[in-house]
Design a protein around this ligand. Structure first.
Ligand code: SF4
Length: 363
């Protein structure tokens, strides 16, 4: 009977069995050049899925609903995953784009991606009871931005235009921040004359969910143009983003196909597809649900890498494994590159039971 084994760190672990197979995909024999049947297997990346910041944010909404009753309003998607948002909506959460949509005096949760001081002020002006579920690792970047601005430095923020985290971080030093969106943009971006004249320092910071390699390339190209560019004291790309990229790099070397579970607006999920393709996967696709897996993706494939973004509950990965088992990929080898045990406490507005929270680890 096919099972799940732990490959990379040499420790065998029993994992929950995948959900029952549903028969949508077909097990077509895979023949080698010698005409013999080849084994088909899944390489399951670890770490994957929920990070500590996402777990905290989702539980914050759940506890707010428990404490205050429905509805609880949430500014933007609490985390970038359609399944998580839909499940919370069923429980009574109402997601809004703007604080002005929230009735005065209501409870409002700020998402894990963080908000600018202007949003906090707008919520206060409507007498909203704010619950701040901003990931502490995003808050750390906010504090860096405020501190650098106070030190007479101009900030080059590496990130994606329009992403909520970027909007929130820029809002902490709007006059002193310039967005750099890619390595190519680094060759073109302009800085204020005061920087060029040496009157104002120059420092870079970044969004937490970028590709590590691409960000380093952006910094390299910025420094070619601005040798005075200072580094932040520590990484802004968070542990969860980095760990999931390291794991998928190892998987991608041996995977003919990689499936990333995650939503289209999830920056770290989209990056996992890119990283897989850059590190050996012949094909890589992102899916929200197992039902999006196409039979033709699997034809002629012997090894399928599977991972998930930091906002993806494990139940969605279990469904992918169940469908892959239907297609003959019942042997699952875990490729583990790191252990994760980071825990964040609840937002202070919900700390009545002061329970420490941690990421629901994939292993
Ligand atoms: Fe926090 Fe990183 Fe998770 Fe974003 S991906 S919520 S920054 S731990």
């Amino acid at each position: 009977m096919p099972g799940i084994t732990n490959g990379a760190l040499g420790v065998s672990v029993e994992l929950p069995r995948p959900a029952p197979a549903r028969g949508r995909l077909v097990d077509r024999p895979l023949l080698g050049a010698d005409g013999q049947t080849r084994e088909k297997r899944v390489l399951l990346a670890a770490p994957r899925g929920y990070c500590a910041g996402v777990d905290r944010a989702v539980i914050a909404v759940e506890k707010a609903l428990d404490h205050f009753g429905s509805p609880v309003y949430v500014r933007k998607q609490i985390v970038h995953n359609v399944h998580v948002v839909s499940e919370l909506e069923k429980r009574g959460a109402i997601f809004v784009d703007d604080v002005n949509e929230v009735p005065e005096g209501s409870h409002l949760v700020f998402s894990a991606h963080g908000v600018s001081p202007a949003v906090v002020a707008a919520a206060a002006s409507r007498d909203l009871q704010a619950i701040d579920a901003t990931c502490p690792l995003v808050t750390k970047v906010h504090r860096e931005a405020s501190r650098f601005a106070g030190q007479n430095k101009h900030i080059l923020l590496i990130g994606h235009a329009g992403h909520e985290e970027v909007e929130g971080t820029m809002g902490h030093a709007p006059e002193q921040t310039t967005l750099v969106t890619s390595p190519e943009h680094a060759d073109l971006v302009e800085v204020p004359d005061s920087v060029t004249a040496g009157e104002v320092g120059l420092v870079w910071i970044s969004q937490t969910t970028l590709s590590v390699d691409e960000t380093m390339e952006t910094v390299r190209r910025l420094r070619e143009r601005f040798p005075q560019l200072q580094d932040p004291p520590s990484d802004d790309i968070c542990y969860a983003t980095q760990n999931r990229q390291v794991a998928i790099k190892k998987v991608a070397k041996d995977a003919e196909l990689v499936i990333v579970v995650g939503s289209a607006n999830s920056s770290n999920s989209v990056r996992l597809v890119e990283v897989a393709l850059e590190h050996g996967a012949k094909a890589a696709f992102r899916v929200d649900y197992a039902s999006e897996i196409q039979q033709e993706w699997l034809d002629g494939v012997g090894s399928v890498g599977v991972t998930s973004g930091a906002s993806v509950p494990e139940v969605l990965v279990d469904e992918v494994l169940a469908d892959l088992a239907d297609a003959g990929f019942g042997t699952v080898q875990v490729v583990k590159t790191a252990e994760e045990d980071l825990m964040f406490s609840l937002p202070k507005e919900l700390r009545s039971d002061d329970r420490a929270l941690g990421g629901r680890r994939s292993e």
